[in-house]
Design a protein around this ligand. Structure first.
Ligand SMILES: Cc1cc2nc3c(=O)[nH]c(=O)nc-3n(C[C@H](O)[C@H](O)[C@H](O)COP(=O)(O)O)c2cc1C
Ligand code: SF4
Ligand code: SF4
Length: 246
């Protein structure tokens, strides 16, 4: 079984490619947590998700700590962590949460989606990243099929990662989110939020929790680019996998 979490499609794509080429099934962690999909034990267990602040998204910390997840791990456990640059020690943090060493971990560079802090790459540059990532995925799948034991990819920044990862919890506040006048009340932001942190009230999104995953699904997937985070995002591009490969 391959468990994935993905806000803007990078990790979902990686999980689906791995599932197809290794004869496995990719399931969305949000669906498992919402009781729509059951955890099953299989020979191999994979985790595919984005790195956040050189550490783990909150949802991954929670999921990997569940006794039913820990008890269902296969003999071969691996992770593929997607990133805009590098993943530091995120794989080791996952191993700690799971309570066992990983057999294989790979840090896969894909386009950066953290529009809250940075301007995502122009579309053509992002496309090139995706082509390169697909080539890397081919060898990742060969590794997994042959039960390879190694740690590879963009894992730089290991020591710094221990400090930077601690910032995530302070930074993942929702108070700077808002929808501007371009909002057409379609409700997609609320539907795409993995944290149920958005409600549509009087036709506009309202962030109902003080903290969220900061996954950027809402801001990057709004069809009108209406969602802003403070002032910085007004002039920045948006990124999501589906719009980039078109
Ligand atoms: C909250 C947040 C923090 C991030 N931190 C990092 C980071 O520390 N290092 C990095 O290389 N990329 C970082 N990124 C970029 C994502 O890991 C990367 O774009 C990932 O492939 C997105 O995956 P998804 O499309 O499956 O959501 C961050 C993105 C977000 C939303
Ligand atoms: S996705 Fe965008 S346009 Fe649709 S309701 Fe949310 S903010 Fe408004
Ligand atoms: S509010 Fe937006 S950034 Fe926060 S978890 Fe929901 S979709 Fe992700």
């Amino acid at each position: 079984m391959i468990y994935y979490f993905s806000a803007t499609g990078n990790s979902k794509h990686a999980a689906q490619v791995i599932a197809e080429k290794t004869g496995d099934t990719a399931v969305n962690i949000v669906d498992v947590l919402n009781g729509k999909v059951k955890i099953e034990k299989s020979e191999k267990t994979g985790f595919v998700f984005p790195v956040y602040y050189w550490g783990l998204p909150e949802i991954i910390k929670r999921f990997a700590s569940l006794p039913e997840v820990r008890n269902s791990l296969g003999n071969y456990v691996y992770c593929v962590i997607t990133c805009g640059a590098t993943t530091g020690s995120a794989d080791k943090m996952l191993a700690k949460k799971l309570g066992r060493n990983l057999d294989y971990s790979y840090s896969l560079r894909m386009p950066d989606n953290y529009v809250v802090l940075y301007d995502p790459s122009p579309k053509e540059k992002a496309k090139k990243f995706l082509v390169h990532a697909d080539k890397e995925l081919e060898s990742v799948c060969e590794d997994i099929n042959s039960f390879a034991k190694k740690r590879a990819g963009s894992t730089d920044g290991e020591i710094k990662s221990l400090f930077v990862s601690k910032l995530y919890d302070f930074c993942r506040t929702t108070k700077k989110f808002r929808a501007d006048d371009k909002c057409v009340s379609c409700g997609l932001c609320a539907k795409s939020c993995p944290d149920n942190a958005i409600e549509i009230k009087n036709g506009k999104p309202v962030w109902t929790k003080s903290k969220c995953q900061h996954c950027t699904a809402c801001i990057n997937r709004c069809p009108k680019e209406s969602i802003q985070y403070g002032k910085g995002t007004e002039t920045r591009r948006r990124y999501n996998y589906n719009n980039t490969i078109k």
